[in-house]
Design a protein around this ligand. Structure first.
Ligand code: PEP
Length: 249
């Protein structure tokens, strides 16, 4: 049985005050029907760690370097991330791929390093609108998964969380329909099943792309959708709490 996981990607938004008020609202509002993870901008991780101590809400970073240490100005290492009790690392978000040129090979290296550091990679994959309209969604998503599968092997997918995020749905207000999302989730699980059915049955596959409280229940009700990765709506306390509480457990 896979427990629903809902994650908040705050991207490059917020300040000390909004971080404090969002966390207070989350702590007070969550029913506990889903696992919850917060990805704040890295500078706020110590504040988040302190505010969430003793709660069931987890947190992590939005990106990490695959390098251990050294002359990599502006980067964060996994040992630094581990110093602050992070549980998850978001890897390969479409904004990292598109705006910062991260390739499938970079993403695979980060997943390898994150697993080695004992943290949980949340691996983001998804097709652009052009790719969907050309009918190559499965090919694109399949290639993104295969790059990681080849690097870490199927057993690691007991730990790895996959976030399927169609690029055309991120920050656009256009949510994939529950059926569109389910089709791709079933394809992804099928790919893992072909390697190891027992592992595939345990892998959590989240949907991301303009998830709102109004769409969460129908999405989370699909057989292969195990929760959501939420951007914009995770900056609105009531909306995010409602999304988390839409989970059945
Ligand atoms: C995201 O950034 O991962 C995301 C899904 O954003 P939004 O919910 O705003 O589409």
């Amino acid at each position: 049985m896979r427990r629903t996981l809902v994650a908040a990607n705050w991207k490059m938004n917020g300040n000390k005050e909004t971080v404090a008020s969002l966390l207070t609202a989350f702590k007070n509002g969550m029913s506990g029907s889903a696992d919850v993870a917060i990805f704040p901008p890295a500078l706020y991780v110590p504040q988040v760690a302190q505010a969430l101590a003793g709660t069931d809400i987890s947190f992590g970073v939005q990106n990490v370097s695959a390098q251990e240490s050294g002359a990599f100005t502006g980067e964060l290492s996994l040992s630094m991330v581990n110093d602050f009790a992070c549980k998850y690392v978001l890897i390969g978000h479409s904004e990292r791929r598109e705006l910062f040129g991260e390739t499938d090979a970079d993403v695979a290296q980060k997943v390898v390093a994150t697993l080695k550091a004992g943290l949980i990679p949340m691996l983001c994959i998804g097709e652009t609108l052009e790719q969907r309209e050309s009918g190559i969604t499965e090919e694109v998503v399949g290639t993104q998964i295969k790059a990681v599968l080849d690097a870490v092997g199927i057993a690691a997918f007991e730990t790895i969380v996959i976030a399927y995020e169609p690029v055309w749905a991120i920050g656009t207000g256009k949510t994939a329909s529950p059926e569109q999302a389910q089709d791709v989730h079933a394809f992804i699980r099928g790919m893992l099943e072909a390697e190891d059915a027992a592992v595939a049955a345990k892998t959590r596959i989240l949907y991301g792309g303009s998830v709102k409280a109004a769409s969460a229940e129908a999405l989370f009700g699909q057989p292969d959708i195990d929760g959501g990765l939420v951007g914009g709506a995770s900056l609105l306390a009531d909306e995010f709490v409602a999304i988390c509480n839409a989970a059945k457990g």
